[in-house]
Design a binder for this molecule. Structure first.
Ligand code: SMG
Ligand code: MG
Length: 381
């Protein structure tokens, strides 16, 4: 296919409630949606970077520049297949979320043209997936609020609860939720908030029969994770540390990684995410699908990925309603049994609803072979 243009739609969506983690609090979703036009049709992708470099070094303004100056020019106006994209973008170091967004848009265009679903393309073997939910730290630091939040999610049908933890918000909230829900699959995510000095403290989480502990220590501290994995019975799951197939392989060998949270954006796209899945299956490592508060575009793609056979643990693949009163696409909804149907339409299976996209777009950046234009919404941010 020949890529004629790439439009970056910068969209602002309100969240149904603030989402607080060990690194900060988000009140709105500020997201870059990519629209590729080609000789075979249109495709959509989503960049999972946030406005600030707090989860990782990537952030939206940097992703915009990386896309505009370095990534889009490498695919524009040439005859390519989606499978060529990782190689074409490969010389650019870093910026995996920006690369992944462009790859997804091109994959979507290719799959739409051939009428094939993303799930079937990736090798999914299930038509529905079990859903987990990631529960933020309450804005008021109260256990009562946490219990009310978790009760609400359990009542909706979620099959696994993940609690965000940080120093001062760890053993007690986990104990309270474990005692209230003795059978519920439960896990915790620290987003790197601890250090090697906290190993003995974290070992106390073993009392709560957790599925896993996710990224407790800094992403570059491999020894810290290995030492903690050796002390803890709870399986060590890495998120931010896993950036490629080769580093996943190394961390498994090293003894620092027993479970992987796969996020396509963190590893440069869904093709690399599938490769990490394949590696994990061959190494006997369970994987699950992470989330980055995606709109329907990225959420639908995640649901397709999560339907691959090695995804043996429920993912952060919540309903659109977990974060958005109105999603930018038709919403992806979990049923009362905690299952979500894998979209069967061509590509990931959803596109932005035109009126909503128009209403929520704050800026638009269009790049073609002959140049770029930028426009800002009249009443936008
Ligand atoms: O999309 O359900 C979601 C969010 C899941 O907790 C979640 N993501 O470290 O796993 C993680 C975080 C990163 C994003 S926090 C803004
Ligand atoms: Mg995480």
């Amino acid at each position: 296919m020949i890529i004629d243009s790439v439009t970056i739609h910068r969209v602002a969506l309100p969240l149904v409630r603030p989402f607080r983690t060990s690194f900060g609090i988000e009140y709105d979703k500020d997201v870059l949606l990519l629209e590729v036009t080609s000789d075979v049709g249109v495709g959509w992708g989503e960049c999972v970077a946030a406005p600030a470099p707090l989860y990782s070094h990537e952030f939206n303004n940097a992703a915009l520049l990386a896309l505009h100056d370095h990534l889009i020019p490498r695919v524009l106006d040439r005859d390519i297949d989606a499978e060529d994209v990782p190689r074409l973008l490969g010389p650019v170091r870093g910026h995996p979320m920006a690369r992944g967004a462009l790859e997804l848009a091109i994959l979507d265009a290719q799959l739409r043209a051939s009428g094939r679903s993303f799930a079937s393309y990736l090798g999914a073997d299930r038509s529905a997936i079990p859903c987990g939910v990631s529960v933020g730290i309450p804005a008021d630091d109260s256990l009562e609020t946490l219990v009310a939040d978790v009760d609400g999610y359990v009542a909706e049908g979620y099959r696994r609860i993940k609690l965000k933890i940080e120093p001062g918000w760890d053993l007690e909230p986990t104990r309270v939720i474990r005692e209230r829900y003795p059978e519920m699959p439960l896990q915790v995510d620290a987003n790197q908030a601890y250090s090697r000095a906290d190993i003995e403290h974290l070992v106390a989480l073993d009392a709560f029969d957790l599925l896993l502990i996710e990224q407790p220590i800094h992403e570059e501290d491999y020894l810290g994770h290995k030492l903690l994995a050796e002390r803890m019975a709870t399986p060590m799951c890495l998120d931010e540390s896993i950036l490629s197939v080769d580093n996943a392989d190394s961390l498994i060998d090293y003894g620092a990684c027993e479970v992987i949270n796969i996020k396509a954006g963190r590893v440069g796209g869904y093709l690399a995410a599938r490769d990490i899945h394949d590696l994990a299956v061959s190494r006997g490592i369970p994987v699950w699908c992470g989330g980055m508060v995606e709109t329907g575009i990225g959420r639908a793609a995640n649901v397709a990925l999560a339907a691959l056979p090695g995804f043996t643990l429920p993912g952060d693949t919540s309903s659109s309603t977990r974060f958005f009163a109105t999603d930018i696409t038709e919403p992806l909804l979990m049923d009362a049994d905690g299952m979500m149907a894998v979209p069967t339409g061509p590509g990931p299976g959803v596109t932005p609803l035109p009126e909503l996209l128009d209403e929520l777009t704050i800026a638009r950046y269009v790049t073609t072979a002959s140049g770029s234009t930028t426009s800002f919404a009249r009443s936008g941010a």
